[in-house]
Ligand binder design. Structure first.
Ligand code: FEO
Length: 386
């Protein structure tokens, strides 16, 4: 396997994970890549590594350019094992290399995972001379782990951004302009929604820290590199991290005997008649990671569940638990559902929406048994009048 040169003497030496379909439960329909970068300078430097099972692929790509034993420095921007997992293996091939990581959390995290290795801690403002080039370190704590940092090379105008601006997208073409732009932005949005949505303040802080940088390339930790669409991805991060919402509705439900489904269809129709685009998600067939991607930019959210054994349906509970973790802000939300007796699920759903940070914009809608035509008409009116 060959390295790919992204600028003279700077090589992509990562690994492509074509088959991965789940990243901590996030449906990665298009696989991913773990990106590592090799800089050939007076000090030969590797930026990040790859997930441990892909160490041989990374080493083969490095060896297509230089003997891995010649690596002097390894920059570990992030402790999570999809980026650091190959460190112990790699250090067997370059035993004299030093590992630069953030202080204190990068060093603490690597030590806890891999034991004593030749670590050197760095903080925002610290620089490292490689010879002709310099690396500047910028801490980005909680974007999305306490240790996260990014590395900037001013002479090359490359930001090695690790998780920020990434996409779970396996592709053999390494740059944005070599890939379908619609798929790329959709995967970048899905990545932000599922991994970074909770960390909006940290994303804003990082955007401010990065604002003055001159950028030719954003060399991400996953997916393809940005060079032609840098303003577009930065504007998208600005929009996503400030919860700038579109007039759009998302309807999510599970159903047992189609009654809650009838309500969901009526609600979706009402939003349509109101002139809004609608995302319609049946939790029996749709994945929660796709649903939260739509919620990222949608103003309205309606969630429906029948009652099963005094509870909401397990699919709805899983979705709401995931949503609560990501903590969307200021969505206008309401709960709905049908029930045979009891009907506890609808109040439970409303409470869960509030706990997730949503504002309740409509009294919860409860229908016993099967909704009648007048009941559906009343639901339609309420939603249209929102
Ligand atoms: Fe791609 Fe936070 O690891």
């Amino acid at each position: 396997m060959q390295a790919i040169e992204i600028k003279p003497d700077i090589w992509w030496v990562g690994a492509i994970d074509w088959s991965m379909r789940s990243f901590h439960g996030y449906l990665t329909s298009r696989g991913s890549s773990y990106n590592a970068y090799l800089i050939l300078d007076d000090k030969i430097t590797l930026i990040d590594t790859v997930k441990e099972p892909f160490a041989a692929e990374m080493l083969e790509r490095i060896a297509s350019v230089i003997d891995p034993a010649k690596i002097d420095y390894i920059i570990s921007n992030h402790v999570e094992p999809d980026h650091s997992g190959s460190l112990p293996c790699l250090l067997q091939y370059c035993p004299n290399a030093k590992v630069f990581t953030s202080l204190p959390n990068g060093q603490k995290g690597l030590l806890a995972r891999y034991g004593e290795l030749p670590y050197e801690g760095v903080k925002t403002g610290n620089t490292l001379s490689l010879g002709k080039r310099t690396l500047q370190f910028i801490a980005t704590p909680m974007l999305h782990w306490p240790d996260s940092m990014v590395t900037y090379c001013p002479e090359e105008r490359i930001l090695f951004s690790n998780d920020a601006f990434g996409q779970h997208l396996a592709a053999n073409r390494r740059f944005d302009d070599e890939n379908d732009p619609a798929i790329l932005m959709q995967e970048a949005k899905k990545y932000y929604a599922n991994i970074l949505m909770l960390y909006r303040q940290q994303a804003q802080a990082a955007m401010q820290a990065l604002a003055g940088l001159d950028l030719d390339i954003i060399a991400v930790g996953h997916g393809v590199l940005w060079r032609s669409q840098i303003p577009k991805i930065i504007a998208a991060y600005q929009k996503w991290s400030t919860d700038t919402l579109e007039d759009r509705a998302v309807v999510v439900f599970d159903s047992m005997w189609h009654s809650t489904e009838m309500m969901a269809q009526t609600i979706a129709d009402a939003f349509t008649e109101k002139g809004l685009p609608v995302g319609y998600y049946d939790l029996r067939v749709d994945h929660i990671s796709d649903i939260v991607t739509d919620i990222l930019t949608s103003k309205y959210l309606a969630v429906g569940s029948p009652t099963l054994n005094n509870q909401m349906m397990p699919n709805v509970a899983a979705f709401l638990c995931y949503l609560k973790g990501l903590a969307p802000k200021h969505r206008q939300a309401f709960a709905f559902g049908s029930y045979g007796w009891g009907g506890q699920s609808i109040a439970q759903t409303e409470t869960a929406l509030q706990e997730a940070g949503c504002d309740i914009c409509l009294e919860k809608i409860r229908i016993a048994n099967v909704p009648t035509a007048p009941q559906l008409a009343a639901i339609r009116d309420k939603v249209k009048n929102l």
